[in-house]
Design a protein around this ligand. Structure first.
Ligand code: FES
Length: 96
């Protein structure tokens, strides 16, 4: 179960794909201007719970997170792939 924590409450996201895909599929607004290529850095999400279930960032994602001076519990939603094995994940952005 993936929960997006918005100011209006929590939304459960189901399915598989990138976190960006899931947000878009569930009409949760998440910025993106590079179409998920780890260039713009606009899709940053904070992982509040479940980070240990996620694969480590790729070199490309890690490089962007370092460039943007992101804290450790942040990821690029366009680069994080989730599937049925992801049992509990809680995410938010500063603008939700
Ligand atoms: S959508 Fe641009 S970095 Fe994720």
């Amino acid at each position: 179960m993936i929960q997006a924590v918005l100011s209006k409450g929590e939304h459960t996201l189901s399915g598989s794909g990138t976190l960006l895909d899931l947000c878009i599929n569930h009409a949760i607004p998440l910025s993106s201007s590079c179409r998920g290529r780890a260039i713009c850095g606009k899709c940053i999400v904070t992982i509040h719970e479940g980070q240990n279930q996620l694969p480590a960032p790729s070199e490309l994602e890690e490089s962007k997170l370092i460039q943007l001076k992101c804290p450790e519990n942040t990821r690029l939603a366009c680069q994080v792939h989730v599937d049925g094995e992801t049992s509990h994940l809680k995410i938010s952005t500063p603008y939700w």
